[in-house]
Design a protein around this ligand. Structure first.
Ligand SMILES: NC(=O)c1ccc[n+]([C@@H]2O[C@H](COP(=O)([O-])OP(=O)(O)OC[C@H]3O[C@@H](n4cnc5c(N)ncnc54)[C@H](OP(=O)(O)O)[C@@H]3O)[C@@H](O)[C@H]2O)c1
Length: 278
C-alpha cells in the first residue's frame, strides 16, 4: 500500500491498495441520487474528471449509475467502480447472486471494488464468495464497510484474502484517528463515507473551517477534502450540483499546514452524525 504524491499530477492521484490495485484518492458518491438526476450527475462527474464512482445495492440507483457511465462514453478500464452487498444478501450463495444482479444493473463485466456494506449476518460466507469472484477476475479488490477492529479481525482470521478497504463514516466531527492508525498498521486503506457529514452539525459554516479555507483561497468543502487527503483517507463526496462537483475536485493545488491540521483535529467530537443508522 502506498500513498501517491500529488507532484506534477494534473489528474486525481491514485493509491496502491494492499493487493496492488490502484485506486483514485477522491471519488464521487451517489447515495440519495436516483433516476435521471443520478444518471446525469454520474455522466457529468466523469466528464469533470472523477474516475471513482461509489454506489450500493441499497441506494437503488445501480441502473442509473450504469446508464451515467454509458452516457459519459468513458473507457471502462479508466474507471474505478465500487458497489456493496446489502445485509439481506449476506451468505455465500446470496452474495454471489447479489453480485451478478449488481453487475447486470450497472451493465458492467467486472467491479473494481466490492464491499460488505454492514457487519451483519453471514459475512464469512459473503467473504468466501467475494474471494472466489476476486480470484476469477470479476472483482479487482474486495473490502468492508462499517466494520470495527474486532469485526474486521474476526472476519480475516479464517480468510485467505485481506480486505483492501474499510469504508467508514469519517469527517471533522468523527475523525476515527485510532481506526485510521489500526487500519494503516494492518495494510487496509481507509475510505471516508459522508466526508462532509452531509453538511450536518453546521459543517459548511463552521468558523474554523471557513477561516482555514479563507487563508488558502479555498472553500470549506475543499478544505475538508484536502484534510481527508492529507490524512491518507480516500473521500467520496456526493453532489447533485455541477459547480460543487468541480469545486470538490480542486484540492490538489494547495496544502494545509501543521497549524491547520491541528485546528481541524480539535473539531473532533468523536460521535456519529448518523445515530439513526446504527
Ligand atoms: N458505506 C456506507 O455505509 C455509506 C453510508 C453513507 C454514504 N456512503 C457513500 O459516501 C458518499 C458520500 O456521503 P454522503 O452522500 O452521505 O454525504 P456527503 O458527501 O458528506 O455530503 C453530501 C452533501 O454535501 C453537499 N455538498 C457537496 N459538495 C458541496 C460543496 N462543494 N459545497 C456545499 N455543499 C456541498 C451536497 O449538496 P449538493 O448536492 O447541493 O452539492 C450534499 O447535501 C455517499 O454518496 C455514498 O456513496 C456510504
Amino acid at each position: 500500500m502506498g500513498w501517491a504524491s500529488d507532484k506534477g499530477q494534473a489528474s486525481i492521484p491514485q493509491v496502491r491498495l494492499g493487493n496492488g490495485v490502484m485506486m483514485p484518492v477522491l471519488g464521487f458518491g451517489t447515495y440519495g441520487l436516483r433516476g435521471d438526476v443520478c444518471m446525469e450527475s454520474v455522466a457529468d462527474a466523469i466528464t469533470a474528471g472523477y474516475r471513482l464512482i461509489d454506489t450500493a445495492k441499497v441506494y437503488q440507483n445501480e441502473e442509473a449509475v450504469g446508464a451515467g457511465i454509458k452516457k459519459s462514453g468513458i473507457d471502462r478500464k479508466s474507471l474505478f467502480v465500487t458497489s456493496k452487498i446489502w445485509v439481506e444478501d449476506a451468505g455465500y450463495e446470496p452474495a454471489k447472486r447479489a453480485f451478478q444482479t449488481t453487475l447486470d444493473k450497472l451493465q458492467l463485466e467486472y467491479l473494481d471494488l466490492y464491499l460488505i456494506h454492514r457487519p451483519r449476518g453471514d459475512v464469512n460466507g459473503s467473504w468466501r464468495a467475494m474471494e472466489e469472484l476476486n480470484t476469477a477476475g470479476k472483482i479487482k479488490a474486495i473490502g468492508l464497510s462499517n466494520f470495527d477492529q474486532t469485526q474486521l479481525s474476526s472476519l480475516t482470521a479464517g480468510a485467505k484474502t485481506k480486505p483492501a478497504i474499510n469504508q467508514l463514516e469519517t469527517h471533522p466531527f468523527l475523525q476515527e484517528t485510532g481506526e485510521l492508525e489500526s487500519l494503516r498498521t494492518a495494510g487496509v486503506q481507509m475510505e471516508a463515507w459522508a466526508p462532509f457529514a452531509e453538511g450536518r452539525n453546521g459543517l459548511f459554516t463552521n468558523p474554523v473551517l471557513e477561516q482555514i479555507g479563507k487563508k488558502h483561497g479555498k472553500t470549506v468543502a475543499q478544505t475538508v477534502l484536502r484534510w481527508h487527503h492529507q490524512r491518507g483517507v480516500i473521500a467520496i463526496p456526493r453532489s447533485s450540483n455541477p459547480e460543487h462537483r468541480r469545486e470538490n475536485l480542486a484540492i490538489f493545488d494547495f496544502k494545509l499546514d501543521a497549524d491547520d491540521m491541528h485546528k481541524i483535529s480539535a473539531l473532533d467530537e468523536n460521535r456519529s452524525q448518523f445515530p439513526e443508522w446504527t
